[in-house]
Design a protein around this ligand. Structure first.
Ligand SMILES: [Zn+2]
Length: 315
């Protein structure tokens, strides 16, 4: 599946395939939550497909596509974190090197996807170097990462990097409007930092409703309504770091909105809050939240911690 905001990257790769000069090692980098894993797997399926469409997408019908969908393709190898492991291990990369050295079966190429590539430990990464330096013919390694700077420079320099984009707000919102959602696309995008797949996941949880409730309570206080003691008793069992991070994301949006005077993409409640808070007060709240963050793991009374956050927003 290729998402609308990935079309340009897809066309770039397909042009290289058609011209027969696709680099044997592609570093697909970009923010998590934007469908990059789907892009890597679509590309893998396309490289393996026996009769791809004109735009390069896999046909979905051929023997290769059917076996790929059944996760049993003899010319495809995914390398991922094993259960309970923090790193991709050298044994996995040795297995990959062996796989790349085999002759292909019925697909035109052999393809591997390593994700998340930055999780290869040093030994694993060093073991991969040989396959990157002396690639077997008709083999492609796709390294997927949200943190390209965390890869060894020797790995990065042997790959061609393709940056996968974060969609614009409008593109992400338009795509979300085409999904069956419980919440508004604007609220979901605001809560997910503009990352549409994260937004979609969030839609299935109760997190957004809680977040909205917390925002409503802050808004009440900023309007001179609501009672700090009652509100803090409502929230005392909640994760205080989460409550604090939500406030931080709003206050940053408010500060930015005040500067640009173009708060078009702010959800209604955040915009209402922005109108009630001067820039000076916004900076003060931000400063205090950062201070409070230092004490977030302190075994301080939960209720007084929450009260000290709430008091920042009251009139
Ligand atoms: Zn096919």
């Amino acid at each position: 599946m290729i998402y609308p905001w990935q079309t340009c990257a897809w066309e770039t790769v397909q042009r290289a395939i058609n011209a027969n000069h696709l680099h044997h090692a592609l570093l697909l980098s970009g923010e998590e939550g934007c469908g990059n894993s789907a892009f890597a797997h679509s590309l893998a399926q396309s490289l393996l497909c026996l009769s791809p469409a004109d735009d390069g997408s896999a046909c979905g019908q051929c023997r290769s596509c059917q076996v790929f969908a059944a996760r049993a393709h003899p010319d495809f190898m995914p390398v991922a974190l094993q259960e309970d492991k923090q790193s991709i291990l050298i044994e996995q990369i040795r297995e990959l090197n062996y796989f790349l050295g085999l002759s292909r079966s019925y697909s035109p190429r052999r393809v591997a996807v390593i994700a998340p590539a930055e999780r290869m430990n040093v030994n694993a990464a060093n073991s991969l170097l040989k396959s990157l330096e002396e690639p077997a013919p008709d083999t492609h390694i796709l390294l997927l990462t949200g943190h390209p700077a965390a890869l060894l420079p020797t790995i990065r320099s042997r790959c061609q990097e393709i940056r996968l984009p974060v969609p614009s707000h409008n593109a992400a919102a338009e795509w979300l409007r085409g999904q069956e959602l419980r919440h508004s696309p604007e609220n979901l995008l605001e809560a997910s930092g503009g990352r549409p797949l994260t937004a979609l996941e969030l839609d299935a949880t109760e997190t957004l409703a809680e977040r909205q409730q917390w925002l409503k309570h802050l808004l009440q206080l900023a309007q001179g309504q609501g009672n700090i003691a009652e509100i803090s008793s409502h929230w005392e069992k909640h994760d205080r770091v989460r409550l604090l991070n939500w406030q931080l994301s709003w206050i940053i949006s408010i500060v930015k909105g005040n500067i640009t005077q173009a708060p078009a993409s702010l959800p209604a409640e955040v915009e209402s809050l922005r109108r009630l808070i001067t820039q000076k007060k916004a900076f003060k709240i931000h400063e205090r939240l950062i201070e409070l963050k230092k004490f977030s793991t302190h075994p301080l009374n939960a209720r007084s911690y929450i009260e000290s956050m709430l008091v920042l927003w009251s009139l």
